[in-house]
Structures are given as C-alpha cells and as structure tokens.
Design a protein around this ligand. Structure first.
Ligand code: SAM
Length: 387
C-alpha cells in the first residue's frame, strides 16, 4: 500500500466492541489504528476501504472524512461545505442524504445543521449546472455525515451506505433479534476456537448461528450485500472491488457442529429461512426443543453463546426460576463446554448460581447487558454470586 494513497477512515461500532474491531483492522493490515469512542480510526487506501466494508464483522459503518474545519456559526458551516468540489464526488442526477451528529453549544439542532449542509451542496450544484441533486432519505446514492464537536466539524462520506449490520441474509426476524454486528462481536469476544462445536440453545431467528457459521467457514459478511455506498461514488473502481470480491471470498473447512434450538416452532421456522437465505442450510442443525430437554453432544467440546429472554414479558419469580433452571442445566449437562450468556436482567442472572469467569458490558439496543462466561467442569457448584 503506497503511503501517498492512504487516507483516514473511521469505523463505527457498538460500545464494548472497539477492541475486537481493532483486531479485525490489524488483520486487514490497516495502519495507524487508534481506538475512539464507539469506533476505531485507521488509515488505508481505496482497496482497504472496500475490504473494510466487505470483511469487517464488527463495524457498522466506514466513514471517510473529506474535510475538517472550525465553525461556530451557520454561515461559517455553509461556506466551508460549499467550498468542497461536490461534483468531483457525485453527479447532479444522483440522490444524497445528510446524517448529522452534533455535540455543540454553537449548534443546538442537528436537523438544522443537516439542512445547512444540504443547502450548501444544492446551491453549489445549482450555480454550476443550473440543476440540483435531490435529497432521498431512503437509500440515497450518496450518504454524507456531518459530525460537530463544539466548534470542530468533520464532514465525511459514508462508504457503507446502509449500516453494515444489514448483511442481506435476514428475511424475517423474531420479536427480539440480536443485531448482526453485536452477535458477531459476542462471538469474537468469546474464546470459541472456531474449530469445536458452537451451540445456541435459545437461538430465536438464528443470528448467532449464522454469524458463527460465517466466521467458522471464513465467509465474508459482505458477500450477501446488494450494495455498498462507495459503489455510487464517481471514483468507484469496479475492477478493484470485483478483484477483492473474487479473491477474498474463499471458505475455510470446519469439521464440528453448529447447532441451534428453540422452544418456539415459529422462531425455528424463521431461523431456517434466514439460514437458507445465507446458503448455510447444510452447515447448521436446528431443533424445536425447550432447553430443559436439550442435551449438547456428549464427550465433545465446544462453546455455547446464547441470548435468553430477559423477562420483560414475564413475572419476576418466573424469570428468576427460569435462570435458576438454566444454572442447573448448565451444571448437569454442559460439562466440557464454556457458556457465554447475554442478558440485561442482572437480578435474574444471580439466580443462575454459577460463578462467571468473565464479565463484559455490552448494549443490546438501549439495554445495558452483561455478557458472562461460565466454565462448566466436573463438580461445578451452584450458589448465589454477585454480578
Ligand atoms: C431474546 S430471544 C433470542 C433472539 C436471538 N438471539 C435472535 O437473534 O433472534 C430468546 C429466545 O429464547 C427462546 N426461549 C424461551 N424460553 C425457552 C426455553 N425454555 N427453551 C428454549 N428456548 C426458549 C424464545 O423462543 C426466543 O426465541
């Protein structure tokens, strides 16, 4: 990668996944990587930007900053945005949208900031071409991001377009599906070796199973996507992207099992459809079984990663009993396995009664959760533990 062709990028993610995202970026050979708040800054060339979108499992978006300036007033903002040669980035016939994030005493309304940025872009095109590009909030050709922190404004092009968690394999969702980026992050944070069994005994729509299979078989998460934002830019190099797509879509071999089960017939039907859409039908086994009746393959090793109900719709005593039962089941049936569980219900978690060996804070949407690890070995004891 030639130094002069490198530029700065910012990969956005969820709180708690910054370290795994950094590791993924190291693997892609990004340079000058530094962790920020809910994201990681890095440098690379155009090929790396395409690869980042295609390969990163824990990134939501890859932003490419194109201008950084100071502004304390809407006129300064308007002038700075208008000084960028927009017609070198996109065409007057293309649609665009502005996404604004503002933490500033100088600009109190993020929607107003977006409006000013839009005006500057539209006015520039109109003055040059007597025509204007139109704003399209759903699926615009070009997504522009303005971030203002006090008086520091960063204007970026969103090279991803639609958020990267929208892999393209999910046709249907159950009531509380995990975000795909969060699911991939949980798997990469866990100590699963990608060689032994992977089981989710409360799999719902199958997000963890699909993400696990993609990791185990080396399937890039971008393979199902119809489109990335950078494909609409004027400088899009289709040959380069095709090369990345062809060369780097090779699969690994995986000899163990990926198993999902759920008490709900509907959930398993949805999981089956999503799995089939991801072309993973022969790689994942599914069962309609309550966890109370499920036994993982005995005398084998593996990792359980699961996202049980948090109990919003259940009585308090019921959810406590359910988590206590989970603890009993883990202790009795899962010897040799390590278990990772994500839940926002800290009170219920205590009723599992096993001592976690690792504890990570993650957010499932707005819900603060604990992602806990339990090592199950012969003679694991149950008692109450503080979480
Ligand atoms: C929070 S959802 C899991 C969502 C899943 N991770 C996804 O991405 O779609 C919890 C799942 O646990 C299942 N469940 C509840 N009680 C169960 C039980 N006793 N045995 C097995 N599954 C159960 C529910 O049917 C539901 O699909």
């Amino acid at each position: 990668m030639k130094e002069e062709q490198k530029f700065k990028m910012f990969a956005k993610t969820f709180h708690g996944l910054e370290d795994v995202l950094k590791k993924e970026l190291i693997h892609l050979r990004a340079s000058n990587i530094s962790i920020g708040n809910r994201g990681v800054e890095f440098y690379g060339d155009k090929a790396l930007m395409y690869k980042a979108n295609f390969h990163l499992r824990t990134a939501l978006k890859i932003l490419k900053p194109i201008a950084e300036f100071k502004a304390q007033h809407e006129i300064e903002l308007y002038d700075a945005v208008k000084s960028i040669p927009w017609d070198t980035i996109f065409d007057v016939h293309q649609t665009f949208a502005i996404d604004s994030v503002v933490y500033s005493q100088h600009f109190s309304h993020s929607k107003y900031v977006a409006l000013k940025v839009k005006d500057a872009i539209v006015d520039q095109f109109r003055e040059k071409y007597k025509k204007r590009p139109y704003v399209e909030t759903e699926n615009p050709d070009v997504q522009i991001n303005i971030h203002i922190s006090d008086n520091i404004c960063t204007l970026s092009l969103d090279s991803s377009g639609e958020s990267l968690h929208k892999r393209g394999y999910r046709i249907k969702a159950t009531k509380a599906p995990l975000n795909e980026v969060l699911a991939a992050g949980m798997i990469l944070l866990s100590d699963w070796d990608f060689k032994s069994n992977f089981i989710d005994p409360m799999c719902g729509s199958g997000t963890l199973l699909i993400e696990a299979a993609m990791i185990a078989y080396g399937i890039p998460p971008g393979i199902y996507r119809q489109k990335f934002g950078f494909e609409s830019w004027k400088d899009f190099d289709s040959e380069l992207f095709e090369k990345i797509y062809e060369e780097e879509s090779e699969t690994k071999t995986f000899k163990s099992k990926i198993i999902g089960s759920d008490i709900s017939e509907i959930a398993i039907r949805i999981a089956r459809e999503n799995i089939s859409n991801a072309a993973l039908k022969r790689k994942i086994d599914l069962n309609i079984t309550p966890i109370e009746n499920y036994t993982p393959p005995e005398n084998e090793k593996g990792t359980i990663i699961t996202n049980p109900p948090y109990g919003e719709r259940l009585k308090k005593t019921n959810i406590q009993d359910f988590y206590s039962t989970l603890g009993d089941l883990f202790k009795d049936k899962y010897q040799g396995y390590s278990i990772w569980l994500l839940s926002s219900n800290l009170n219920a978690i205590k009723y599992i009664g096993l001592k976690p060996s690792n504890k990570i804070t993650l957010y499932n949407g707005p819900l603060e959760c604990k992602f806990l690890k339990y090592d199950i070995y012969q003679g694991s004891k149950k008692r109450k533990f503080k979480i």
